[in-house]
Design a protein around this ligand. Structure first.
Ligand SMILES: [Zn+2]
Length: 305
């Protein structure tokens, strides 16, 4: 399996998902009852951590059981030591434990508060538990559905439809004209921060077409020569960021003010200063856990031009 570029958040999945055994109930139950097995615990999609031990999200079976019966369980996989990892979700009614705290996954990932492989496992778990929470009823007939396949699908007992967890592809693209790149600002960004443009892939589109369309819609630019760079699972709730470069075919920018507060061209030197935190006007770029940072870094260092 190719190694993803180091330090992009959520890309260092440490688990063998053993997907071919998910329907083997004896196998899955054996792992769940194994004393070595660990559990990631979520309350309303927020992971729990042991206070005593930095930010440790790994709980034993008895610690997990102290919270009561989970709403949902997913078998995530086995680590390099063949130790199984499961995820449990609870609602706000579960037992609260004084030695445990809930912290949103995004700041945990941004601040490197747990190891990169564990951040990836937490992301996998968050996406899966969020999906279960939103898909309790059959999209086909409206009846309640049941979890199956160790938590990797839901089945409707009424119409027999099977429902599978979804991933939403998002293109994120750095458009360059050779020496400059196009960056935009969304109103909710931190003051002074600019990033690569991005948007959801629509049905019937290739990644390339989604890049052409989004750049034209958001910045009024035509582009060409779309190249794939790297991807990133983004578990808020279930996106897959597809990082691309593209070549500008036109350079006059018309900003879509419904989507962006601003968009403009930046030189390599400016981008380097934004990544280093030394930009003269105090402008900044996303941190290394975001794939946009890696697109910008590849451009600034001429790893891609
Ligand atoms: Zn149904």
């Amino acid at each position: 399996m190719p190694t993803p570029p180091q330090a992009i958040g959520f890309t260092l999945d440490p688990l063998d998902r053993v997907s071919e055994k998910r329907d083997d109930e004896t196998f899955v139950a054996g792992l769940r009852d194994d004393p070595a097995t660990r559990f990631l615990l979520f309350v309303n999609n927020v992971p729990l951590f042991k206070r005593a031990n930095g930010h440790d999200p790994l709980f034993g079976a008895s610690e997990a059981a102290a919270l009561g019966a989970p709403l949902q369980t997913v078998f995530l996989g086995r680590d390099a030591d063949r130790r199984a990892l499961f995820a449990h979700s609870f609602d706000g009614q579960m037992q609260s434990l004084p030695e445990v705290e809930a912290v949103e996954l995004r700041p945990i990932a941004m601040q490197d508060l747990v190891s990169a492989p564990l951040v990836s496992a937490l992301g996998e778990a968050r996406s899966m538990l969020d999906w279960h929470g939103r898909h309790r009823f059959c999209a086909n007939c409206g009846q309640p559905t049941d979890s199956a396949g160790a938590g990797w699908r839901r089945i409707c007992p009424n119409c027999k439809a099977q429902h599978f967890p979804r991933v939403d592809p998002v293109v994120i693209m750095l458009v360059t004209d050779g020496e400059r790149c196009l960056l935009g600002r969304q109103p909710q960004f931190l003051p002074g921060m600019y990033s690569a443009l991005a948007g959801f892939v629509e049905p019937g589109e290739t990644f390339e077409h989604a890049v052409y369309r989004e750049v034209l819609e958001e910045a009024g630019l035509r582009c060409t020569d779309v190249r794939y760079h790297a991807s990133q699972p983004w578990p808020f709730p279930s996106s897959l960021m597809i990082g691309c470069f593209a070549r500008a075919a036109t350079t006059d920018i018309t900003v879509d003010r419904n989507e962006l507060e601003d968009a403009r061209w930046f030189t390599r030197e400016e981008v380097g200063a934004m990544l280093d935190g030394t930009h003269e006007q105090g402008l900044s770029a996303p941190k290394p856990f975001a794939i946009a940072h890696h697109l910008l870094k590849a451009f600034a260092t001429r790893a891609w031009d």
